[in-house]
Design a protein. Structure first.
Lengths: 131, 558
């Protein structure tokens, strides 16, 4: 049997807005993926540690506080340092258009704004997961 | 509300109308949906008539504004006397930048202030704490000490304008900053007015910016109630909030039931402490969301007023003012779309109109660009102008509760009240509000509703203009607010200087006194005020309480 895609849905930083993260976590689970949700208030170290422990293929970051340029980038950097560049990183939240290209360059492969269809996230992950 | 004979006649005519008029017409021209539902998934009939409200007694259940049960409003003259307060939630970057924005808003006709704090402040951390990384000034203003509070309100007449502060975990400390700042400016603490949100229950339920576990949090809140009515009598010591519950994905009925349920929980805790209900209840205030279903929102506010008055009376309140549900409203941030952001202006107008028709005391209208970033100056101005158009041009302020007596509105108001009591029964069965939080009851209810709603949008069962219908592929042209990049550095330098220049022995002494008091059961407000007056920072003061009370970790449920 083929191994299911394993996804870590994570909430970095102090932001408590978890509606989107929870909806996406459920949608990915309903699409047949294995989902681990970190809960709130995670540091980059905690997220990467969990990603390693859980041997995930995808890390989905959700942040609505505006700190994505720092906190998303912290996570991608640390993943690279730990030799986990094969993990697909995606993110969502209140992210201005002009930040998206910079985040992509830093290793966040897909950015999903409010109003995204969950199926689009599922499709993106299936298409881009590296394994 | 109507005599039996008359009702029989209406019933017969309505039934005839259905047979001879409605159904034949519907057969020829089908309705565009099988089933019509509001946002709480209540089925809505094609028509409401006197039959639907026949069980209501006008004098007992509806009554007059300014009189029990206050369904039609808490003031007899309503907006004919005084308009609602135009209060835009605002804060970003450093205290200097936000101070400028406040002056701008006041210059453009805003009548009350409302402070948005950044995440470190909401969690009681100073800007230079490691966990503050990346968050400085991002979704609110950074306030780490009395010094920052002085700058935030410099040149603003805080003896005249009232200020609402969205702060919960460290509310007592931030309130102390505000009081201390007023005192240092020579303003009597008895005349300053405003609100602290201070509603920790909805933090556990939905918004998640909690610090301490429930019990010590509730103790701190009761401390502020007591200190408030004794010392700062014009202050609303809590704003019991449904807003965040709704933003997290609840239905309107859940928002109503969970929020007013929280309100009663605070009353019970304060009474358990020995406070007299008529001393503190007049300073309890509320905060609701204004979402998309126009009539459902109006019914929600009306129902909330009636339920609160009834319940407070049951708990023994005698003063009329104790029974009044005064509330602020904010239009629904979660309803804004990042697609075609300009059309959010229209959404916000309708939501704001619902809040006004529901009788709000104070209103925030969201800016069109908030699904993308913090609002630009122009976007905020348009949002404020939206309120002004409703107030000055629409004519809806001419009479009190203009929708009162509508068969549909009165039926829906009653229905929402009934469902609120059903939710309370469920909570009661779980052992009450705190056990229900610990068991994840609210969190699960909200997550389920949020997921169901999202799936309906994705299946096009609900249409969101610009998202799943009427889409456009166009570049988004919204000017994005640029923040001063030097702000964080300036703030950290200010903190360093503050820690060097102040009397550190005095700070230590005050923090130790607070620690000792926190271990006992005295009211902590005077101790906190001493700390902030000596320029102890938010982080330092909060750390003392963290040491004594511990920190709350929530169960992650999705």
């Amino acid at each position: 049997m083929e191994r299911k895609i394993r996804v870590l849905v994570a909430k970095p930083g102090l932001d408590g807005h978890d509606r989107g993260a929870k909806i996406v976590a459920r949608a990915l689970r309903d699409a047949g993926m294995e989902v681990i949700y970190t809960g709130l208030h995670q540091t980059a170290e905690m997220i990467v540690e969990t990603a390693i422990q859980e041997d995930v293929d995808v890390v989905g970051l959700s942040l609505l506080s505006g700190a994505h340029m720092t906190l998303f980038v912290d996570v991608t950097k640390l993943l690279k340092e730990k030799g986990m560049e094969n993990v697909l990183v995606v993110g969502g939240g209140i992210i201005p258009e002009q930040d998206a290209p910079k985040l992509k360059k830093a290793g966040v492969a897909g950015i999903f704004a409010p109003g995204t269809h969950c199926d689009d996230i599922v499709d993106f992950i299936k298409k881009n997961v590296k394994r | 509300m109507i005599d039996k004979k008359e009702l029989e006649k209406i019933k017969k005519s309505r039934s005839d109308w259905e047979k001879t008029c409605y159904l034949p017409h519907k057969k020829k021209h089908p309705e565009h949906k099988e089933k019509f539902e509001n946002l709480s998934w209540n089925e809505i009939k094609p028509l409401y008539t006197p039959e639907d409200i026949a069980h209501l007694d006008y004098l007992k259940d509806i009554g007059f504004p300014g009189e029990y049960p206050f369904l039609r409003g808490i003031h007899p003259t309503k907006y004919r006397g005084r308009l609602w307060t135009f209060r835009q939630f605002s804060g970003f970057g450093s205290a200097e930048e936000t101070n400028e924005r406040y002056k701008y808003l006041l210059d453009h006709g805003e009548t009350g202030l409302s402070v948005a704090f950044d995440y470190p402040t909401l969690y009681g951390y100073d800007t230079d704490h490691p966990l503050s990384r990346g968050e400085f000034g991002k979704c609110g203003v950074a306030i780490s000490s009395l010094k920052d509070m002085e700058i935030l309100f410099s040149g603003i007449p805080i003896d005249k304008v009232t200020t609402s502060m969205t702060i919960n975990g460290p509310a007592a400390i931030v309130w102390a900053f505000y009081i201390a700042n007023a005192e240092n400016r020579g303003i009597d603490r008895r005349i300053i007015g405003g609100t602290i949100q201070n509603d920790i229950l909805k933090e556990y339920i939905a918004q998640k910016s909690f610090i301490f576990p429930p019990e010590p949090s509730m103790r701190l809140i009761v401390d502020t109630f007591e200190f408030g009515y004794k010392e700062i009598p014009r202050w609303n010591t809590i704003s019991i909030s449904g807003y965040h519950i709704r933003e997290a994905g609840s239905t309107a009925v859940q928002e109503l039931a969970f929020t007013v349920g929280d309100g009663l929980e605070y009353v019970k805790w304060a009474m358990k402490r020995g406070l007299k209900i008529d001393d503190f209840a007049p300073r309890l205030s509320y905060f609701f969301n204004a979402h998309n279903d126009f009539f459902e929102e109006i019914a929600k506010y009306r129902a909330a007023r009636r339920i609160w008055a009834k319940e407070l009376k049951k708990l023994g309140a005698k003063k009329p003012r104790s029974l009044l549900m005064r509330f602020h409203t904010q239009t629904a941030g979660c309803s804004l779309t990042s697609q075609q952001p300009e059309i959010n202006i229209t959404r916000v107008s309708l939501q704001a109109l619902a809040a006004v028709l529901g009788g709000t005391q104070s209103l925030h209208t969201n800016s069109m660009d908030e699904a993308l970033a913090l609002p630009s100056e122009k976007a905020v101005r348009i949002a404020l102008r939206t309120q002004q158009i409703i107030a000055e041009e629409s004519g809806v302020t001419n009479t009190v509760d203009p929708l009162g007596g509508s068969y549909y509105i009165e039926w829906l108001t009653d229905k929402m009240e009934e469902e609120t009591y059903q939710y309370w029964d469920k909570v009661e069965k779980l052992g009450g509000v705190l056990p229900a939080i610990e068991k994840g009851f609210y969190q699960r209810e909200i997550a389920n509703a949020a997921y169901k709603y999202q799936k309906e949008i994705e299946k096009k069962k609900r249409i969101i203009v610009g998202v799943n219908e009427y889409q456009m592929d166009e570049p988004i042209e919204i000017p994005i607010l640029e923040m001063d990049e030097k702000g964080e550095e300036r703030q950290i330098n200010r903190l360093k200087k503050l820690r060097k220049d102040r009397n550190n022995q005095k700070v230590e002494r005050n923090l130790e006194a607070l620690r000792k008091a926190a271990k006992g059961d005295e009211n902590l407000m005077p101790y906190i005020l001493d700390c902030v007056h000596s320029y102890a920072t938010l982080g330092e003061t909060c750390q003392v309480l963290r040491d004594v009370f511990g920190e709350y970790v929530e169960p992650a449920i999705y």
